[in-house]
Design a protein around this ligand. Structure first.
Ligand code: SF4
Length: 719
């Protein structure tokens, strides 16, 4: 194994993959291997999944990038020096911006970046490039739940309570979530819950590994979760299960919801969704009569063109039953990506500044501009959500250059073939990654950056708990950190020097951050310094990190935001007394079912939905290269009900073609009675012929910009 510098021999850190952020210890053994061991942490309780156990396999992987690559005139990516690669980028950016304006350059980030990198990337886009175009792949993960949470509660924190509450709640309703495959150690909390006599109810069109453990499984037609929620509230109303005192004292807008859900007769919803009336009634009673209850949504409910309204329907149900703010009760969302939560708090989103501030709010602009040492009038305005951004690339009004950090949209974007052609049409595509992803293969310049075990920083997990990522060793020779790359690029772009921080720049000045009178370093490369600046930028915002210090994180099992005061408490549980809305009350939103953006028809008679498998993660750039994971899940597949397969003349293992109006995928059939006969499923981790997102729909939620990944109309045939 390559070794540089003088690394510590052991580091307590967290898994690089999903939002559970399982605690682990890394050890640099004498024979050059990096050993991974789970450690006790409240989210994983000493467990890891296969992905966590094998996470270190990529550190010295032969595919690891250790030198920049620049595309030569013949079209081949060739090794180059850092100076040549960065000069090529800066020349390209300048040429594009001179010809087409500042907004002709765009930045695309990722939900796996640390808080420090997410913060620096947003600042880089707005201060160094001065473009309004930045968004990130978390738009495709969490944005519907985030928008619904904001409009109901005034805050978007995935779980507004610690994960350990799941083990202590009486009734747990999981909607479109399959943690047995996506976050296996989380199941320890569900095992505890059931051992205490709790009930687990799962809503999913597939009998997943999680649904198999449930007391009750509701198997609706994809895209009908909203109607199911409204029917549950209808039953709760007719059976007198509403917490009227709570609704009167702590909420507003219930009357409109009551009138709306009155139309959602269970028998009608059974016809629409396929969920029997008896199961709707049993679910409503299990929630409405329990001493405590939690409702959780995940991507199955959220990745729809009506994703925000669907989440609102479940939030309405939780509010009507008086759950948010009560012990071991409430509504929450299971965030997916490692820093899906923190990644959306610090300025990677097109409409946000750090601290979850709105970019079009004059006070927010003044505060952040003060921390950054720029004129608020110079800060760009809002950009557009991720898919709209990618779909506009290279068009007459769209950006002509794109910088991608920690994302692989060629595999993960909806309608991926179209996104791929947009990327191919750019004047300049830059990808910073540690492996040659499918997106990197299209790039003009590829920059090799550090991996998780080679960098310090912070991540914010699905509970809103800020954690420390600790380096075991330095990056190998030739590899730089993302912070270093951004600082170097900013310097070469002649980013304007910051002006001294003004006295009115913010309501709080955390220790260690720039203080009034200081001239801050424009783009610091030390993550500790970046975090200190982030704290100041977030001070007074919705996601307030002002009181979070690395020392404090280390002295406890992380720190829950909001935490405005270094000497004050953090916030593991929200909403006990009030909601952070202007009135202090939570807000109901009356929502109605709408059909899928693309209904089935004679030519495309089946519903198509996507998801994950245990041994792979996201676009698979990393996990497809780990031997043990590749053996466990070597290729994509198409899951079909045996009755459907018989009708189509397809046998188990036969190659099938799944075609939608946008493209097709080919993969072996996997027959399973666990899926509805009118629905087919494919995991989205694979590129090429098995790319599930060649088929998916790019219809967007009008509020969140979330694409409709989870349902479209397809035709299936033997290939
Ligand atoms: Fe890593 Fe998530 Fe697996 Fe935990 S559950 S080991 S965080 S991938």
């Amino acid at each position: 194994a390559t070794r540089t510098g003088r690394p510590p021999r052991e580091a307590e850190t967290h898994c690089p993959y999903c939002a559970l952020q399982c605690g682990m210890v890394l050890r640099d053994t004498d024979d050059g291997r990096i050993e991974v061991q789970p450690r006790q942490f409240p989210t994983n309780r000493g467990g890891l999944c296969q992905k966590g156990w094998t996470a270190a396999d990529l550190l010295d992987h032969p595919d690891r990038l250790t030198t920049p690559l620049v595309r030569d005139p013949s079209g081949t990516l060739r090794p180059a020096s850092w100076a040549a690669a960065l000069d090529r980028i800066v020349d390209g950016l300048r040429t594009v911006q001179r010809a087409h304006g500042r907004d002709a350059v765009a930045v695309f980030g990722g939900g796996g970046l640390t808080n420090e990198k997410a913060y620096a990337l947003g600042k880089f886009a707005r201060v160094a490039l001065r473009t309004r175009h930045i968004d990130y792949n978390g738009r495709w993960c969490m944005s519907s739940a985030a928008a619904a949470g904001l409009r109901a509660f005034g805050v978007d924190r995935g779980l507004p309570f610690p994960l350990t509450d799941l083990g202590r709640t009486d009734t747990l309703l999981l909607v479109g979530a399959n943690p047995a495959e996506t976050m296996p150690p989380l199941m320890r909390h569900l095992t505890e819950q059931r051992a205490r006599g709790g009930r687990l109810i799962v809503v999913d069109p597939r009998l997943t590994a999680t649904a198999r453990q449930a007391d009750l499984h509701l198997q609706p037609l994809p895209g009908t979760d909203l109607a199911v929620a409204n029917a549950l509230l209808h039953v709760a109303l007719t059976e007198g299960l509403i917490d009227r005192e709570y609704v009167a004292a702590r909420t507003e807008g219930f009357d409109a919801v009551r009138r709306t859900v009155a139309e959602y007769w269970p028998a009608e919803v059974e016809r629409l969704s396929g969920v029997p009336v008896a199961d709707l009634e049993a679910t409503a009673r299990a929630l409405g009569t329990a001493g405590s209850a939690i409702i959780l949504t995940a991507r199955g409910a959220e990745q729809h063109a009506k994703g925000v309204d669907t989440v609102s329907a479940y939030v309405n149900l939780a509010l009507a039953l008086g759950l948010p703010g009560r012990p071991h009760s409430g509504y929450g969302c299971l965030t997916g990506q490692g820093n899906g939560q923190g990644g959306r708090e610090h300025g990677q989103k097109a409409d946000q500044l750090p601290g979850y501030r709105k970019i079009d709010d004059p006070a927010a602009r003044a505060h952040v501009a003060g921390v950054w040492g720029v004129d608020p009038a110079e800060l760009p305005g809002p950009g557009v959500p991720a898919y709209q951004l990618l779909d506009s690339l290279g068009t007459p009004d769209g950006p002509r250059a794109l910088l991608v950090f920690g994302s692989n949209p060629v595999v993960s974007a909806p309608r991926a073939a179209r996104v791929e052609s947009r990327l191919r049409g750019l004047d300049l595509l830059v990808v910073a990654d540690f492996l040659r992803s499918e997106t990197a293969e299209l790039a003009d310049v590829v920059l090799p950056v550090a991996q998780w075990a080679e960098e310090d920083g912070t991540m914010t997990n699905l509970e809103g708990r800020v954690l420390r990522r600790r380096a075991l060793r330095r990056p190998p020779a030739g590899v730089r950190t993302d912070l270093d790359v951004l600082a170097d690029l900013a310097a070469r772009l002649d980013a304007p020097d910051p002006v001294p921080v003004g006295p009115g720049a913010g309501p709080a000045v955390p220790a260690g951050g720039p203080v009034p009178g200081d001239t801050p370093d424009r783009f610091p490369t030390d993550p500790r310094v970046v975090f200190a600046e982030l704290r100041r930028a977030s001070a007074g915002g919705v996601a307030d990190y002002a009181g979070v210090t690395w020392e404090r994180i280390e002295s406890a099992d992380g720190v829950f935001w909001p935490c405005p005061d270094p000497d004050g408490p953090d916030s593991p549980r929200l909403f006990a007394d009030t909601f952070p809305t202007p009135t202090g009350r939570a807000r109901f939103h009356a929502v109605r079912h709408r059909p899928a953006a693309e209904p089935v028809c004679a030519d495309y008679p089946l519903h198509f939905t996507t998801g994950r498998v245990l041994a792979q993660y996201q676009s698979g750039t990393q996990t497809r290269r780990v031997d043990a994971l590749r053996r466990a899940a070597p290729h994509g597949f198409v899951e079909l009900h045996p009755d459907l397969a018989a009708r189509l003349g397809v046998g188990d293992g036969d190659e099938v073609r799944v075609a939608s109006r946008r493209g097709e995928l080919r993969a072996p059939a996997r027959l399973s009675p666990t899926i509805r006969p009118d629905t087919v499923f494919a995991p989205f981790h694979w590129p090429g012929a098995a790319r599930a997102n060649s088929v998916t729909n790019d219809a967007l939620d009008p509020v969140s910009g979330m694409p409709e990944f989870k349902i479209c109309a397809v035709r299936v045939e033997r290939a």
